[in-house]
Design a protein around this ligand. Structure first.
Ligand code: GLN
Length: 489
């Protein structure tokens, strides 16, 4: 039962081979058995899940079911869920129980999806390894061959990734600001898509960097992502940057193939010192697409080298302003002080973790008088050049292929001495975030020590369909079927 994909489970539910209550009960049990070890969920909601499963069975009986009805999923704990504790991985929100539902989680609910719990994440989604969560690190269910060392699942959607990889959720939601869906998907052998900025509503998603944040799905394969995105996407008047665009049926593009498509290979992504395994996988991806009739075109994205620097100015700047609202007065944790200022300071000092404080300080600095022009404004200008790189490239090609991350999953505790080493993880994912274009990670192979590696497909604004078509072609050719050792069986 745990090997069913979302599409497979939907079929089995429809054919009445299994009921939603049976499926959810099995998943509830698997969560109870494996979560104490993996820490993929911050909050589990087994009773709510069963209630939703009962309602799903009723819909499956009366014919009003959708492909998501009765599917047990994990919800990243950055989405506000009505009546269910929402932490954003931070101590400062405790004990926040939202009185409203985020648009995306609400859409999934309306489609009949069953929520197993709220998935762990880096605090306020800041990180690449899920080790900044106040609720503790998440363990990657994958192990290096012959080693029991604990590895990170990637981040910030690390709990979502670990849950789906370990089969304690069929699929999950994530959010991606600079790679937080794609990198953890790559580290855990999953497929995950960051849609075009504006495709999925940000309403009710705890804000990190508003001009970059984008919700999206994470699942076992490309098809499951298409099914989820069908339900998650769409215009929302409650989000001023939500795009008023029709949502196509993304599953229709899965069988389109890549014949005649032009696929760009950006030469600037061949960074010196990149792991040869990653480069070899990239070459394989190129061969697979070529063999299926795509034309490979070398392209240039000349401002790629500024991507990380720009991202780590813009994202902290927006974060410092978004996080100003956590003052100990209106939400969550309050630590009393001698006066109001003292209360603010104590609440924030105790409520935020080290990485969040670092970002607030960087952000406040680059926005402050005298430095604004030199850093923030300059970064915004270069961000525009990065966007222009993509616009120019998409004049020539239909999609772009790159690796997702510069390495496979690393050990818990590695890369922690210096934040910049951690930031380097995002080198291949941040440019698409800065440009707002859709990008998907597809599991494409294993490293020499048996860990999953992903390839990234980047598309034009609002052309997720081509991203899905190319990703499906890579998925078919790669035939990725390896499974992590730690999983529900
Ligand atoms: N790793 C990046 C960061 O730490 C991206 C995080 C994200 O996409 N939420 O900011």
């Amino acid at each position: 039962m745990f090997d069913l994909t979302l599409a497979g489970a939907a079929k089995a539910l429809k054919a009445k081979e299994i009921s939603a209550v049976e499926l959810t009960s099995a998943y509830n049990e698997a969560v109870a058995a494996l979560n104490p070890r993996l820490n993929a969920y911050i909050t589990t909601t087994p009773e709510l899940a069963l209630e939703q499963a009962k309602a799903a069975d009723a819909r499956l009986a009366d014919g009003s079911a959708t492909p998501l009805t009765g599917i047990p999923i994990a919800m990243k704990d950055l989405f506000c869920t009505e009546g269910v504790r929402t932490t954003a991985g931070s101590a400062i929100l405790e004990p926040f129980v939202p009185p409203y539902e985020s648009t995306v989680s609400g859409k999934l609910k309306a489609a009949g999806a069953v929520m197993l719990g709220k998935a762990n994440l880096d605090e306020f989604a800041m990180g690449s390894s899920n080790i900044t969560s106040f609720y503790g690190a998440v363990e990657n269910p994958w192990k290096r061959q012959g080693s029991e060392a604990k590895l990170v699942p990637g981040g910030s959607s690390g709990g979502s990734a670990a849950a789906v990889a370990a089969r304690i959720a069929i699929a999950a939601t994530g959010t991606d600001t600079g790679g937080s869906i794609r990198q953890p998907a790559a580290f855990t052998g999953l497929a995950g898509i960051k849609p075009t900025y504006g495709r999925c509503s940000r309403f009710g998603v705890v804000a990190f960097a508003s001009s970059l944040d984008q919700p999206g799905p994470m699942a076992r394969n490309v098809e499951d992502n298409a099914l989820l995105l069908n339900a998650m996407a769409g215009f929302d008047a409650k989000d001023s940057t939500s795009a008023d665009r029709a949502v196509p049926d993304f599953t229709a593009s899965l069988t389109r193939g890549v014949k005649g498509l032009k696929i760009g290979i950006p030469k600037e992504y061949r960074l010196e010192g990149t792991n040869p395994e990653i480069l070899a996988l990239w070459d394989k991806g190129i061969e697979w697409l070529q063999a299926q009739g795509a034309e490979i075109v070398e392209i240039s994205l000349p401002h790629t080298k500024y991507g990380l620097a720009v991202y780590y100015i813009v994202a902290p700047a927006e974060a410092s302003s978004n996080l100003a609202r956590y003052d100990g007065v209106r939400y969550g944790k309050r630590v009393d002080g001698a006066d109001l200022i003292d209360l603010y300071e104590r609440s924030r000092a105790e409520g935020f973790g080290a990485e969040v404080k670092r970002r607030i300080m960087i952000g406040t600095y680059v926005l402050s008088h005298g430095y604004y022009d030199a850093y923030y404004l300059k970064a915004q200008k270069v961000r525009n050049l990065i966007l222009k790189d993509f616009t120019d490239a998409f004049g020539q090609v239909d999609a772009i292929l790159t690796p997702t991350a510069p390495s496979a999953a690393f050990g818990l505790g590695e890369k922690m001495d210096d934040p910049v080493t951690m930031y380097l993880n995002d080198v291949f994912t941040v440019p698409a975030s800065l440009a707002g274009v859709p990008a998907m990670s597809v599991p494409a192979g294993l490293s020499a020590d048996g860990l999953p590696l992903g390839l990234q497909v980047i598309g034009k604004h609002f052309d997720e369909e081509t991203v899905f078509a190319v990703s499906a072609a890579i998925e078919n050719a790669a035939g990725f079927s390896a499974l992590p050792e730690v999983r529900a069986k």
